[in-house]
Design a protein. Structure first.
Length: 88
C-alpha cells in the first residue's frame, strides 16, 4: 500500500526530449536513491509567482507515484508530492 506525503524538495532530474519537442522526466534522485520513470501521466501548467511551472505525474518502478514540478526558466525541479509504496 502506498501513502501520500507532501514533499516540496529540490531534486536532480534526468530529462528527455520527446518527438513533440516537449521535455519529460526520465529519472530523479531523492533521499539518496534514483527513481526511474516507467509511466508519464497527466501534465499541466501552473502560474507560481508569475512563472509558468510545468507539473508532471509520474509512476516509478514498484508502483510509487510522484508529482514533479519544473521551472523551465531556471531549469529547477521540485518533488512536490509522493504516493510512495515504501512509506510505512
Amino acid at each position: 500500500m502506498s501513502r501520500h506525503a507532501a514533499v516540496n524538495e529540490a531534486v536532480e532530474v534526468t530529462k528527455r526530449l520527446l518527438p513533440s519537442g516537449k521535455v519529460a522526466p526520465k529519472s530523479f534522485r531523492w533521499q539518496g536513491r534514483t527513481y526511474y520513470v516507467v509511466a508519464l501521466g497527466r501534465q499541466w501548467d501552473e502560474l507560481t509567482d508569475g512563472r509558468r511551472i510545468r507539473c508532471f505525474l509520474v509512476q516509478t518502478q514498484g508502483q510509487s507515484s510522484f508529482e514533479l514540478r519544473w521551472d523551465a526558466t531556471e531549469d529547477e525541479w521540485v518533488l512536490y508530492q509522493a504516493w510512495h509504496a515504501d512509506f510505512v
